[in-house]
Write a protein that binds this ligand. Structure first.
Ligand code: NI
Length: 268
């Protein structure tokens, strides 16, 4: 199957509790429940009359706490990211959460998620067009860009973008750091991913050179490239393999989020 064929296809999985991976109503219910239990503020960045574009923020112990951003569900067929956000928020220790100023975009592309399809209901790619270039922005991208100042501040000390590669059986990570070689930030995320899956062999993945499971300092017009250029300390786009069982992918996504938060808090 080519990437184009994969993007046109509907991808759904059954979670262990019998929920379909594209069940937005159930997803939203669990999101609101965990937000309420953890004292997270929930906002909707979507315009009135549209599907929601939820944003969550916590209330850190100190105003000077590191400010970090997790973004997930840009691509509708990459279900483990959004469900991983729930698994992470439902399990993370209170003390760890309180040590960072955390902003979460748990599910950017709700229309794609509901269909189990990569692009949104307008056929647009919600992870392109954040920077000038040939690729057009999407409805979701324009909403996020309209909150640019806020998202830049939210990602000041780090950004984690959660993705999947539905055609692959191996895991990998795009690491973006202000250095010539991957540091502990990228390596730690890859380690967390690799505790669930075999690492992608050296060579090429999605047209990019990959070494030791890391594509390093790749630039495109994605959300993560935008916020890195806008000043985020470092950024990563993590990829779990869609050919592996959904529950393991969800657990891997949650483990990478936990590492990301612990690393920012100085506890990893
Ligand atoms: Ni993706």
């Amino acid at each position: 199957m080519t990437p184009e064929e994969a993007a046109a296809k509907t991808w759904t999985w059954l979670l262990d509790d019998g929920t379909a991976s594209n069940d937005w109503d159930r997803y939203h219910e669990r999101l609101l429940a965990v937000a309420s239990r953890r004292g997270l503020r929930v906002e909707d960045l979507g315009p009135p009359g549209h599907l929601p574009l939820p944003l969550l923020t916590n209330n850190p112990d100190a105003a000077a706490a590191p400010r970090i951003l997790i973004g997930s569900g840009f691509h509708g067929e990459e279900a483990a990211g959004p469900w991983g956000v729930l698994a992470f928020l439902e399990s993370v220790e209170d003390w760890l959460l309180a040590g960072v100023g955390l902003t979460v975009l748990p599910l950017v592309n709700v229309s794609g998620f509901r269909e189990g399809r990569r692009f949104n209901d307008l056929g647009e790619n919600p992870n392109r067009g954040y920077l000038p270039g040939a690729e057009a922005s999407s409805r979701e991208g324009r909403i996020l860009l309209s909150h640019g100042d806020r998202l830049r501040d939210a990602a000041r000390d780090g950004l984690l973008a959660c993705h999947e590669d539905v055609l692959l059986s191996h895991c990998y990570v795009y690491g973006m750091e202000r250095s010539d070689a991957p540091g502990e930030f990228s390596h730690g995320l890859l380690r967390a991913n690799a505790s669930f899956f075999a690492v992608h062999p050296d060579g090429e993945v999605d047209g990019c050179p990959v070494r030791d499971g890391i594509v390093f300092n790749h630039q495109d017009t994605s959300f993560e490239s935008w916020l890195l250029l806008a000043g985020a300390r470092h950024a990563a786009c993590v990829e779990t393999p869609g050919q592996q069982p959904i529950e393991r992918r969800i657990a891997a996504q949650a483990a990478m989020m936990r590492f990301f938060v612990a690393h920012a808090a100085g506890s990893a």
